[in-house]
Design a protein around this ligand. Sequence first.
Ligand SMILES: C[S@@+](CC[C@H](N)C(=O)[O-])C[C@H]1O[C@@H](n2cnc3c(N)ncnc32)[C@H](O)[C@@H]1O
Length: 292
Amino acid sequence: MISSADQAASHWDEKYASAVRSAWVQNPLVEREVYRRMTGEPVHWLWWLFNPTLPKADRMLAIGCGDGSHELSLAGNGSVRHITAFDASPVAIEMAQRAARDQNLSIDFQVRLFEEFVAEPPSDTFDLVLFSGSLHHVTDLEGMLSTVRKVLKPGGHVVVNEYVGPIYQLYPQSQIDIINRVLDATPPVFLAAPDARLRLPTIEAIMAHDPTEGVRAPLIPALLPMYFKPKHERRVGGALLHPIFDCLNGGKVNDGSAESEAYVSMLIALENELTAAGALNHDFMFGIYSLD
Ligand SMILES: C[S@@+](CC[C@H](N)C(=O)[O-])C[C@H]1O[C@@H](n2cnc3c(N)ncnc32)[C@H](O)[C@@H]1O
């Protein structure tokens, strides 16, 4: 029988091979708003992270690095001297290695599973460990976080940019109803299809695609402070914007026209109001933690 980790790896191989990306942060207005929620400033969180929040790091470990976009940026701008990064997807790692070669950057990209890292941690130690969109795929969160504690140098940091919403993205009915009411009121030109509405996946679809999607995600915010000292924690919303973008016509809604920007600005304002009123939870978080 194929394991959840192997199933996840082949799902991500297909995603990277077909260049499918999370739709919501492809929109510049949403991207800027998410960065503002993460850092208080409308700048990319990676730039904010090292300037002025953290000192430049000597050695970083990126866990679940995908195609390495964040790691390539950090190596390219000199924020981190030595980067080791691993992911389950051989397709993603090959893309990352090719990009590093093309950009003349030396980054140690490896094909490795979370489970292998926990079972056999590296003997190296790191100033910084990065989880960007990967911790919510970890089943053994306790094993992972205690292993990270072992591989951090004294004074080291963990940075987490994560989905922390419902397991398998099985949203509560109240959230689905809000999203579908917004879609009912959306001009058809912005919809991916005239009948585009948010529907929960079947359990067969969850198991066939990625059985690790948000597998223990709601526990992440509570567990992190049990292993590390919080230095900066922000809840960054996403309960409307993240799922609704999958129901929208990406080409139209991201075309930069005045009508598209007005529609997206309305969605952002609506999410902020509904979250502040307690009608929606925060499905994403950003945190910086220190070992001591
Ligand atoms: C949402 S992507 C995030 C990728 C990248 N960090 C980013 O920010 O673009 C989640 C990544 O976790 C990886 N992943 C899922 N399960 C894994 C496992 N068991 N071991 C290692 N990586 C895994 C996937 O291959 C995928 O690249």
